[in-house]
Write a protein that binds this ligand. Structure first.
Ligand code: C2E
Ligand code: CA
Ligand code: CA
Length: 627
């Protein structure tokens, strides 16, 4: 280059001396030297000069391309090496799934043992039949959008029993008129899929019985109802409750109870079709979905078949204790316009079945169509709803001393006012609550609320007594004694201020057990009153055995005070009470004459409309100035 430069200088000098020939030679020499150099050196004057005028030598372009080629080759090698190291397979596909290129990982993915890949193969041929179509559809969609990443999950074929799950991302790589290339990144997601499936299974199934749980039932119910609507068919639903399960659980223990639930669910499952769904609703309640039911009589048939199958199988298995079923059924769309209300209607029918003495089937459709027992049925449903909504109120009726008619205390009485049936008497709804198993809920509510009300006012400090009715079931089930002790303790009131009114029929549940329970309450300090005295049969013979403080003479005797027979009866009852050292209370006192007659009979306290009707607590507080 230096030589060329010197020669050029020389040439110019010669030109100055007008030696044209020599100049020409010098220029030619300069150009040839420059061209020769340009392939090897980074600095080329000629090239620079030409570049000043916007020209690029062909050689420099060739040079650039060469560098790029070298670079991209290296990059590609490293790219492929990296791809092969990854656990993800990278494939280039045509839109119909033909594999154009694939990284090594793909070969290991489809067949870990054989590394030879068949020529001209297609991704779709590796996918199991059930998943192939959806992948093919997805691939056809990839071509339509350049920036969307499509995802798919599918199983590979020919992997024996063990499923091989592949998760893939698919995106458009290039697209010309004739060709669409898709880049696919695939990874083996078998482990995470199985893990996910396991979690999903657990979330949707009851862990004890393995049956679908409520969540899955909801899904199936929605699905089956939608299908019934589409196909104009009917969907049947049975709500099943195991009768006496609680007793079996209490007597034989939770393990036996669990075992029984598993056995029962297994037996019922055997009697159902594969298209039916048997789900555990919770506790000892189950739900069956029966798609394609023609008529409610078929629903009833299935329910009876389940009952018989259970009876037969449990007998064969020698299961201890009588297990029967109460079943309520309803049909979509005949009884309900949605999946949710179908459940509600079947539940109502179940309540009615229980109310009919358990171990029977009631179908909502049938009840509705025949109007048979609908009043009871409807009221039962409305009542259980009221209990759930805490709509049972408590009224308080004053009890006065017969001497001077001063206030001694109040009796708490449950009240239910229904929008449709108005005020319903506790003589109607308390037995209903006992049948429906709701008496505990009501009983606890009455006890806790009335004691809390009573304790929050001066009533508690004025030496007044609060009387509460306790049903036999409430008294004899579970640890009633422990529970009521904790209530009075928490509220901060002495047991001596609470009177528990129990009925004579208590003795029918076993005199010894009754005595035991009453004795423990008495020892704690509660006052015990024998309510409705005189109406029971066994009472007189057992009376001296029961540790009660007081007899509450039944209203039916009080009302007959003005007849000779009535008075003889009352005199006998009072004499007996006095001889046993018991206090006496007269309820249902409606007139001054009645009150006077009771006073003559030396009855200690009086209660009745003559003094006051039962009142809401606020009214009682202001009327009797108990603030
Ligand atoms: P009971 O314990 O004998 O209650 C007295 C009933 O007589 C109450 O009826 C009361 O309203 C009514 N009564 C009071 N004074 C008179 C009167 O002068 N004349 C007439 N004809 N009746 C009068 P109610 O409230 O209808 O209660 C009926 C029964 O329901 C109660 O009879 C009691 O056995 C039961 N009951 C009420 N509340 C509860 C409760 O919270 N728990 C339980 N287990 N049973 C309850
Ligand atoms: Ca009472
Ligand atoms: Ca009574």
């Amino acid at each position: 280059m230096i030589a060329g430069f010197l020669l050029t200088i020389l040439g110019i000098i010669m030109y100055l001396y007008q030696d044209m020939l020599l100049l020409l030679l010098a220029i030619l020499f300069f150009i040839s030297i420059n061209l020769f150099q340009s392939g090897f050196t980074r600095f080329c004057l000629m090239e620079r000069l030409l570049a000043l005028f916007g020209f690029r030598s062909e050689l420099s372009e060739i040079k650039d391309l060469g560098i790029m080629a070298l670079k991209s080759e290296a990059m590609q090698k490293s790219y492929i090496r990296t791809m092969n190291l990854l656990n993800e397979a990278v494939l280039e596909l045509s839109i119909d799934g033909r594999i154009i290129t694939a990284s090594d990982c793909w070969l290991q993915m489809v067949n870990p043992d054989k590394l030879d890949m068949p020529q001209n193969n297609n991704l779709l041929t590796y996918i199991i039949d059930g998943d192939r179509e959806s992948v093919a559809t997805m691939l056809s969609q990839v071509g339509n959008s350049s920036d969307t990443v499509h995802k798919a999950r599918f199983r590979l074929a020919n992997h024996g029993d063990a499923e091989r799950w592949i998760g893939g991302k698919f995106m458009l790589e290039s697209s010309t008129d004739s060709n669409i290339h898709i880049r696919a990144i695939l990874s083996d997601v078998t482990e995470s899929y199985l893990q996910e499936s396991k979690i999903q299974y657990m979330a949707m199934h009851d862990s004890l019985t393995g049956l679908p749980n409520r969540a899955l039932l909801d899904e199936r119910l929605e699905h089956d109802a939608a299908q019934a609507q589409r196909n104009s068919t009917k969907l049947g639903l049975l709500f099943i409750d195991l009768d006496n399960f609680k007793q079996i659980n209490d007597i034989h223990g939770h393990k036996a109870g669990d075992h029984l639930l598993i056995t029962v669910s297994h037996i019922m499952q055997l009697r159902l079709r594969s298209s039916d769904t048997l789900a555990r609703w919770g506790g000892d309640e189950f739900v069956v979905l029966l798609p394609d039911i023609q008529h409610y009589s078929h629903l009833r048939d299935v329910a009876h078949a389940l009952m018989h199958k259970l009876e037969y199988e449990l007998e064969a298995e020698n299961v201890e204790g009588m297990i029967t079923l109460s079943i309520g059924g309803a049909i979509y769309p005949d009884d309900a316009d949605s999946a949710e209300s179908l459940l509600v209607q079947a539940d109502k029918a179940l309540y009615f079945a229980k109310d009919q003495g358990r171990n029977n089937v009631q179908i909502y459709t049938e009840l509705r169509e025949s109007n048979l027992g609908f009043y009871d049925f409807d009221m039962t449903n409305r009542f259980s709803q009221a209990v759930k909504n805490h709509a049972i109120q408590i009224y308080y009726q004053p009890i006065v001393s017969s001497d001077n008619e001063s206030l001694c205390g109040f009796e708490a009485l449950a009240r239910w006012q229904d929008d449709k049936y108005g005020w319903v008497s506790p003589s109607v709804f308390i037995p209903m609550a006992e049948n429906l198993g709701l008496i505990h809920s009501i009983g606890r509510h009455v006890v806790a609320t009335s004691i809390a009300n009573f304790a929050s006012t001066a009533a508690a400090h004025d030496g007044l007594i609060l009387s509460i009715n306790i049903s036999n079931r409430q008294l004899m089930q579970g640890d009633f004694h422990g529970w009521i002790c904790s209530v009075v303790k928490d509220i901060g009131i002495r047991p001596e201020q609470i009177k528990l009114e129990i009925t004579e029929s208590l003795t029918q549940l076993g005199i010894n057990r009754a005595r035991e329970v009453l004795e423990s309450l008495r020892v704690t300090g509660f006052i015990l009153s024998l309510d409705d005295f005189g109406t029971g049969y066994s009472s007189l013979s057992h009376l001296h055995n029961l540790p009660v403080h007081e007899l509450k003479i039944d209203m039916s005797f009080i009302k007959r005070f003005d007849s000779e027979d009535g008075m003889i009866m009352l005199e006998t009852i009072c004499a007996m009470g006095h001889s046993l050292g018991l206090q006496l209370v007269a309820e249902g006192v409606e007139t001054q004459e009645c009150a006077d007659a009771m006073r003559r009979l030396k009855v200690d306290r009086l209660q009745g409309y003559y003094y006051d009707r039962p009142l809401p607590w606020d009214e009682a507080v202001s009327k009797y100035t108990l603030h």
